[in-house]
Design a protein around this ligand. Structure first.
Ligand SMILES: CC(C)(COP(=O)(O)OP(=O)(O)OC[C@H]1O[C@@H](n2cnc3c(N)ncnc32)[C@H](O)[C@@H]1OP(=O)(O)O)[C@@H](O)C(=O)NCCC(=O)NCCS
Length: 267
C-alpha cells in the first residue's frame, strides 16, 4: 500500500507529503559555515562588543571561512545580499558604524594576513572585492558612496616578470579609497589605486594608480583628472540647485562632517 505520510529534506526545504498533498517548509540554517581555529565574528553594538554565537547569522550577510585566526568585526548590521568568503588565515575585516551595504562581495584567498577596512557611513550598491594574495589590503574611508557593478582588485592575482632582470614587477602595495569618495557605476579599481579624500570616479572608469589631489573628478580608461575644485552631495543635482536658491547662497552641509559650504554661483 502506498505510504500516506512521507517526507524528505534538502538543504533549503523540508517537504512533507500528507495524503498526496505536498507541504514545503523553508529551513532556516543555523550559524555560518566556518572551519578552522580561532575564527571570530565580532559584533559591536552600542559600544559593546560581543562574539557572534555559533548558531547566529546576520540577515543579508553570508560568511564562509576556511582557515585560522580570521577576525571579522561588524559595527553595522545593514547588509543585503552580501557575502564574505575567506579561504585564508589571519585576515581582518572591519565594517564601520552605520554602513549600508547592498551586494558587497568580499573574496579573500591565495595567501594570508589580508585586510579590509570600510569606514563608517559608507554605502554600496554592488561591489566585488578581491584580495587574492598575501598581505593584500583595501581601506575605504568614511562617508563613501559606491555605486553598482564596481570591481576592486587589490592584486593582479598572477605575477608579471621582467625578462631581462627576472624581477616581479606587479607586487601589490595597498588599495585605498579616501573619505567621502563617490565611485561611479561600473568602475574598476586595480591594485595600488589610491584616492585621497573627496574624489569622484566616473562611470566605467579604470583606475590604475595613486592620485594626490582631493576634490577632483577622475574618469576614463585609464582614469585621469578631468575636473578640479569640485565636491559632491548625496542629494540630486535638482534638489541641490533648489536648496541653493532657497538658502540665498549659503547652506549647511547635511552630510556627516557638517561643514558650511558657500554657493559659488553667488560670487
Ligand atoms: C564623472 C561624472 C560624475 C562627471 O560629471 P560632470 O562633472 O557633469 O562631467 P561632464 O559631463 O562635464 O564631463 C566632463 C568631461 O569628462 C568626460 N567624462 C565624463 N564622464 C566620463 C566617464 N565616465 N568616462 C570618461 N570620460 C568621462 C566628458 O566626456 C567630458 O569630456 P570633454 O571635456 O572632453 O568633453 C559623470 O560623467 C559620470 O560618470 N556619472 C555617472 C555617475 C554614476 O555612476 N552614478 C550612479 C549613481 S551612484
Amino acid at each position: 500500500m502506498k505510504k500516506l505520510i512521507s517526507w524528505h529534506k534538502n538543504i533549503n526545504y523540508l517537504v512533507i507529503k500528507f495524503f498526496g498533498i505536498k507541504f514545503k517548509f523553508k529551513i532556516k540554517e543555523l550559524g555560518y559555515a566556518i572551519s578552522g581555529e580561532n575564527n571570530k565574528i565580532l559584533l559591536k553594538e552600542n559600544g559593546v562588543t560581543r562574539e557572534l554565537k555559533a548558531s547566529e547569522k546576520i540577515d543579508g550577510l553570508d560568511i564562509q571561512i576556511n582557515g585560522n585566526n580570521n577576525h571579522i568585526t561588524l559595527e553595522s548590521k545593514h547588509f543585503n545580499n552580501c557575502s564574505m568568503l575567506l579561504q585564508c588565515s589571519n585576515a581582518k575585516i572591519e565594517i564601520g558604524d552605520n554602513c549600508r551595504l547592498n551586494g558587497l562581495h568580499i573574496s579573500v584567498a591565495c595567501g594570508n594576513f589580508q585586510k579590509v577596512k570600510i569606514g563608517k557611513n559608507t554605502t554600496c550598491f554592488h561591489t566585488e572585492v578581491y584580495l587574492n594574495e598575501e598581505n593584500a589590503s583595501l581601506e575605504i574611508g568614511k562617508d563613501c558612496m559606491l555605486s553598482g557593478n564596481i570591481v576592486i582588485w587589490t592584486t593582479d592575482g598572477h605575477a608579471i616578470i621582467e625578462k631581462n632582470t627576472n624581477k616581479v614587477i606587479n607586487q601589490p602595495i595597498k588599495t585605498v579609497i579616501g573619505e567621502h569618495c563617490w565611485i561611479g557605476y561600473g568602475a574598476h579599481l586595480c591594485k595600488n589605486t589610491n584616492l585621497p579624500n573627496d574624489v569622484i570616479v566616473g562611470a566605467r572608469s579604470v583606475v590604475t594608480k595613486a592620485f594626490e589631489d582631493s576634490n577632483v573628478v577622475i574618469a576614463g580608461n585609464p582614469a585621469r583628472i578631468l575636473k578640479r575644485n569640485v565636491q559632491w552631495e548625496r542629494d540630486t543635482a535638482t534638489n541641490e540647485i533648489r536648496k541653493r536658491s532657497n538658502a540665498g547662497g549659503c547652506r549647511e552641509r547635511k552630510n556627516p562632517s557638517s561643514r558650511l559650504v558657500f554657493n559659488e554661483l553667488d560670487d
